[in-house]
Design a protein around this ligand. Structure first.
Ligand code: HEM
Length: 399
């Protein structure tokens, strides 16, 4: 098999292909997208920190200068939201936007949320166990991070069911060469989501609550520190990034445990291993398989010269199995001590929500281990067709 992000077989089993790439072709040209694939941990890690590359090029060049076409006009509502969030901008705008919300996500702040996260996780796990199991993904993995991030931002409970479909539709656009239908669905979701948040933020400006949308709406009013578009872009980013990958780590993670029953038994016998187990789940079956960067100045990667204007695809899933960094990398080890996985990224865009994701995951796995100590797989799960944001369709289990 070769690298083929549209082939379900590859999506289900990318790791042998990654091994070949690392061994024989660690920096290789991928014709169908015109990108350079980067497979080794050292290169991926270095490029994420290298300011000669960026998530966008629009701060230094126009589409024409980079030999690209501007996006079609119908996509405007999508890019207006995405380009107003911190993930798609570079300093100094990135620094300003990240600073406005970073205080809420420090390890200390997040630690203070742990009792609330544990209470939600325990309630979900106990109800799930009482029902005798079901779809772990829909019934436990999704509601926990959606509830937590919605509470932090102040999205009313009655509206929370909207967040998951909007996010999933928007994320479709991040896959490689999305179909016309996926593009239209993503644009519609971005327009609806931003319209919803615009109204919510205006309402909170007049009647502020003790939540992040109210706090940001205040800043918009204070002057030039945050535009209304930036507020919307920030909230969409936090609400989407705040649950999408966490849901997949929970689903992929339980599946990893079922496929490694010895390690599941080890974790059941010693829940003190949860923190290292969560890191290993993120390494062994990486939830976000790839991130892209534009080359803003010529660079040399692993002896290959890559010119300005080209896009590189950093293969996180491959970096996380690199034997140069991880002992016996294909072995799943819930007690792995030395685990510098790259699943949260690196450099200026390093995941803002990493401390929160860690608390949610430890609490979610811990609650299910306690409430359903004999949980087992009821049906072989299937992967969604998505390669980049890689997760299961469902995860049916019996308790
Ligand atoms: C950025 C992974 C959970 C918020 C990132 C990036 C990665 C990542 C790889 C960097 C992307 C790049 O450099 O191109 C993950 C994973 C998660 C997770 C694997 C779950 C296990 C969360 C949560 C939040 C969050 C819970 C909550 C707010 C963000 C934000 C950024 C980001 C705001 C952009 C940071 C910036 O541009 O400075 N995440 N994330 N993430 N993540 Fe997460």
């Amino acid at each position: 098999m070769r690298f083929d992000p549209w082939n379900p077989e590859f999506v289900a089993h990318p790791y042998d292909v990654y091994r070949d790439l690392r061994d024989h072709d660690p920096v290789s040209f991928f014709e169908p997208t015109g990108q350079w694939l980067v497979a080794r941990h050292a290169d991926v890690n270095a490029l994420l920190r290298d300011r000669r590359l960026g998530r966008s090029y629009l701060h230094v060049a126009s589409h024409e200068e980079f030999g690209r076409q501007a996006e079609p006009e119908f996509q405007e509502p999508f890019w207006r939201v995405i380009r107003a969030g911190m993930l798609d901008v570079e300093p100094p705008v990135h620094t300003r936007l990240r600073r406005l919300v970073s205080k809420a996500f420090t390890p200390r702040m997040v630690e203070s949320l742990r009792p609330r996260v544990r209470a939600i996780a325990t309630g979900l796990a106990e109800e799930f166990a009482e029902r005798g199991g079901g779809d772990l993904l829909a019934e436990v993995a999704e509601p926990l991070p959606v509830t937590v991030i919605a509470e932090m931002l102040g999205v009313p409970e009655a509206d929370r069911h909207l967040l998951r479909p909007w996010s999933a539709d928007i994320c479709g656009m991040y896959e490689l060469n999305p179909s016309a239908e996926v593009q239209h669905t993503a644009v519609r979701a971005a327009a609806e989501f931003s319209g919803y948040l615009r109204e919510l933020a205006r309402a909170r400006r007049d009647r502020p609550g003790d939540d992040m949308i109210s706090a940001l709406a205040q800043v918009v009013d204070e002057g030039d520190r945050l535009t209304e578009d930036e507020l919307i872009g920030t909230c969409v980013l936090l609400l989407n990034a705040g649950h999408e990958a966490t849901v997949n780590v929970t689903g992929n993670g339980w599946w990893s445990l079922f496929r490694n029953p010895g390690e599941l038994d080890r974790l059941r016998a010693d829940p003190g291993l949860l923190p290292t187990a969560v890191e290993e789940l993120m390494r062994w079956d990486t939830p976000l398989q790839m991130f892209e960067r534009w080359v803003l100045e010529d660079v040399e990667i692993g002896g290959v010269r890559i010119p300005r204007g080209v896009e590189v695809a950093l293969l996180f899933g491959s970096a996380n199995r690199d034997p140069e960094v991880f002992d016996d990398p294909d072995r799943f080890d819930v007690g792995r001590a030395d685990n510098p996985h790259i699943s949260f990224g690196a450099g200026i865009h390093f995941c803002l929500g990493a401390p929160l994701a860690r608390v949610e995951l430890v609490e979610s796995f811990g609650a299910l281990l306690r409430a359903a100590p004999k949980m087992e797989l009821a049906e072989e799960p299937a992967w969604k067709p998505n390669y980049i944001i890689r997760g299961l369709e469902s995860l049916k289990v019996a308790v």
